[in-house]
Design a protein around this ligand. Structure first.
Ligand code: AMP
Ligand code: ZN
Length: 479
């Protein structure tokens, strides 16, 4: 580990803590992944951008890293309680497809967005249905002491573990209204770890178990996959802030039960640190799949926004702050990215000369910012200042920018201004035609034929092309 001490906000203590890895050679991180019954919206992608920034900071600071992200292809119900349909079964019925087709389609779409946003792929994408055997084994190991059976499945009794819900700061009496009742539950917050299929009803995804044919509960998946791939305790568990309330407390309860180490290690939760990103919101509140406009990364691309502009928009806010999505915000981020890319392009083209100073001070400030609970909004201006520092040679500035970009992931070394000129899907005119019209217009202006020049500008405007004379960014036009 190099540089400033890394400090991270732990949702368990609700405080910023010094980070000390369990194994200094390899930091182990688990991130709750997508439920692949639908596309991920850009709010979901904020959660993965946050986890990626965490992983990048670890590697940049010299740690080895094993990062796991799961794919939930079974078990996630339409409500956080134990009532309602399996999201996957429901989507398959609605689209008249097999669950496996649904899962494959949305998993591919998600991975494409991961790649477009330059999110580093994890060491392994763990797919829930690959771990059902291990889930049954895990459940068998804790069933006697911690679970009870109802007709609808095997339930976890939250009163059998100490301090249930401390991550959510909830008590076993509180929050009753958030859960749909299931007859026979001992405590409101008890949850199904195995859901037995109702008699006469066949699900597409079912497995035999000691509790009848059925499917695993969603919370069980993450306990089992994190244990199998990382071992308990591992360093950091991440997810969106909604998971702090039910999903993660339930994972913790299962981990406590499995470990059976209450007396020896009363603080045991399965992970040392639990980290949560805040929501991407729009005017209607939290962006979600059921309410408001469903914005996918593809929607942004179709409107001329480059994926890395959205990445920069997310980096411009702290992960623990709500971030409001507006088109103006994302367009402003795109302008900021264009400026960065243009500056880097200019530096690359400049003749080299010796530096009169060093980049060290910038590196220290950048490090201090990202080591302070991933404060990327404070790190970004350090990059701007570095690039503008004329006492440093172009080569030194470029090398330091590339170094910072290992954390930011903006592809500054390879993205060109032309890449950022994304063409809106509904544009009816292509770049060659625009260039040809602009050449005609330049000629008209050279001939002082201003009526012709204005007519060409209006003609382009009617097709959605804005002509930008003297734009400081050096763009002649934009769609
Ligand atoms: P899901 O596919 O619903 O399981 O969600 C994937 C991830 O996105 C989870 O970590 C959620 O907590 C997170 N998430 C859901 N909605 C938002 C949002 N509006 N902003 C940020 N993260 C979100
Ligand atoms: Zn999870």
């Amino acid at each position: 580990m190099t540089g400033a001490p890394l400090r991270l906000y732990n949702s368990l203590s609700r405080a910023i803590e010094d980070f000390h890895p369990i194994d200094p050679d390899q930091v182990r991180i688990y991130t709750c992944g997508p439920t692949v019954y639908n596309y991920q919206h850009i709010g979901n992608m904020r959660a993965f951008l946050f986890a990626d920034t965490l992983g990048r900071v670890m590697r940049w600071k010299g740690y080895g890293l094993r990062h796991i992200i799961n794919i939930t292809d079974v078990g996630h119900l339409t409500s956080d309680a134990d009532a309602g349909d399996d999201k996957m079964e429901k989507a398959a019925r609605a689209q008249q497809k097999s669950i496996w087709d649904i899962a494959a389609h949305y998993t591919d779409a998600f991975k494409l967005d991961v790649q477009r946003l330059n999110i580093t792929p994890p060491a392994k994408w763990t797919v829930a249905t690959d771990y059902v055997g291990a889930m049954i084994e895990f459940a068998e190991g804790i069933a006697d002491k911690h679970c009870y059976r109802l007709d609808s499945g095997l339930y976890f009794d939250v009163s059998t573990v100490p301090d249930y819900g401390r991550l959510a700061r909830a008590t076993t009496e509180a929050g009753e209204s958030r859960l749909d009742p299931v007859d026979g539950k001992r405590n409101q917050q008890d949850f199904a770890i195995w859901r037995t299929s109702p008699p006469g009803e066949q699900r597409q995804m079912e497995w035999d178990s000691p509790w009848g044919r059925g499917a695993p509960g969603w919370h069980l998946e993450c306990s089992v996959m994190s244990l199998a791939e990382l071992g308990h305790p591992f360093d950091i568990h991440t997810g969106g802030i909604d998971h702090r309330e039910i999903h993660h407390p339930n994972e913790i309860a299962q981990n406590q039960a499995k470990c059976g180490c209450d007396a020896a290690d009363p603080g045991f939760t399965g992970a040392r640190i639990w980290m949560h990103n805040n929501f991407l919101v729009d005017r209607g509140g939290k962006m979600s799949k059921s309410t408001g406009e469903f914005l996918r990364l593809q929607t942004l691309i179709d409107r001329g926004i480059h994926p890395l502009s959205y990445r920069l928009m997310c980096l411009s806010a702290h992960y623990r702050s709500e971030l409001e999505f507006t088109w103006d915000n994302v367009i402003a981020a795109q302008t900021r990215l264009k400026r960065l890319v243009q500056t880097v392009e200019k530096l690359r083209a400049s003749p080299d000369k010796p530096s009169r100073g060093t980049v060290e001070g910038y590196r220290e400030r950048f490090d201090a910012a990202v080591s302070d609970d991933l404060n990327t909004p404070r790190a970004l201006p350090v990059l701007d200042e570095l690039l503008a520092d004329k006492s440093l040679s172009p080569a030194d500035r470029l090398a330091a920018a590339a170094d910072f970009d290992a954390v930011l992931g903006l592809n500054l070394a390879s993205v060109t201004r032309a890449d950022l000129r994304t063409r809106p899907a509904d544009a009816t005119i292509d770049a060659d035609t625009i260039e040809a019209r602009l050449a005609e217009r330049r000629q008209a202006r050279a001939d002082k034929d201003f009526a012709r020049s204005d007519a060409l500008r209006d003609e382009l405007a009617a097709q959605g092309v804005e002509v930008m004379d003297g734009d400081p960014l050096g763009w002649d036009w934009k769609l």
